[in-house]
Design a binder for this molecule. Structure first.
Ligand code: FPP
Length: 263
């Protein structure tokens, strides 16, 4: 009996651990040092399409396909949070036809999320200002968030009509209102208070930020949350970014020395 128990423990514990580690070593990823939160600026859809003589919309469509694969892979790896920049507060400046196409793509994504990402157990949230979105879109966001909220896998934040500065202004407004109501002494304001006013309240900061297509800027993305993120700029356009590229980024992240201001 004792021997059986011992063997069981070995199987589940030591031996199990050995195999898990071995698998991680094979893929080169240290499963004990994964980024908890990955942010992605999915750039380069338009250039990807142009290079192929296709309309920009084809690039966005391919980008949406790429996104499904990357979220699935991130979830399989055990990443807890992923935030993707789908539409910024500045993207309204694009030609109306492109804006409409992106909105339809996002709508389809939200509607189909239940089916397409069900197997992956993904929880979907939209972050950003909703009031400028169509009523239909606002309703769909609420529906999709509700449908997926009890899932236990990765949390996917879709940044939609999102702007980092707008998010910070909103957080500041909330604090000002509390101070004006006498509920908060301005001298007592903490980083946690600011954090609580963000769309991502309660979530960990971004550990790894990836931007595709060679541009090296933040473009108003998660200005507060990326304070200590490791940034990786990939030359490939977003539709060409594959799960193996995600693996590479995680390996680079794991090779960096994160000191958070220490030595
Ligand atoms: C930037 O590429 C990309 C966007 C503004 C939109 C990102 C959207 C997707 C990847 C697809 C839809 C997303 C979801 C969640 C379904 P760009 O158009 O600026 O490319 P360019 O710099 O080459 O012109």
């Amino acid at each position: 009996m004792r021997a059986v128990l011992f063997l069981d423990l070995c199987h589940e514990g030591i031996i199990g651990m050995f195999f898990r580690k071995n698998k991680a070593i094979t893929s080169g990823i240290d499963m004990d040092n994964l980024p908890r939160h990955i942010g992605i600026i999915m750039d380069g859809n338009g250039r990807w399409a142009k290079k192929r003589g296709l309309p920009r919309s084809a690039g966005h469509k391919a980008g949406a396909e790429s996104l499904k694969k990357i979220v699935t892979e991130a979830n399989n790896l055990g990443i807890e949070y992923i935030t993707v920049y789908a539409f910024s507060t500045e993207n309204w400046k694009r030609p109306q036809a492109e804006v409409d196409y992106l909105m339809n793509l996002l709508m389809d994504y939200l509607i189909n999320a239940e089916k397409t990402l069900a197997g992956e157990n993904v929880r979907i949230r939209a972050i950003g200002s909703r009031k400028e979105l169509s009523e239909e879109m606002q309703e769909q966001i609420i529906k999709t968030e509700k449908l997926t909220r009890d899932r236990t896998g990765i949390v996917m934040n879709i940044a939609l009509n999102y702007g980092g500065r707008e998010e910070l202004v909103n957080a500041a407004k909330t604090l000002c209102r509390k101070a004006a109501a006498g509920e908060l002494n301005p001298e007592d304001v903490t980083e946690k208070d600011m954090d609580d006013g963000l769309y991502t309240a309660g979530q960990p900061d971004v550990d790894l930020l990836i931007r595709t297509s060679g541009e090296q800027r933040l473009s108003n993305f998660m200005l507060w949350q990326v304070s200590y993120a490791e940034m990786i700029f990939v030359d490939k356009a977003w539709p060409d970014f594959k799960p193996k590229d995600l693996h590479e980024c995680i390996k680079i992240f794991q090779g960096r020395g994160r000191r958070f201001g220490g030595i």
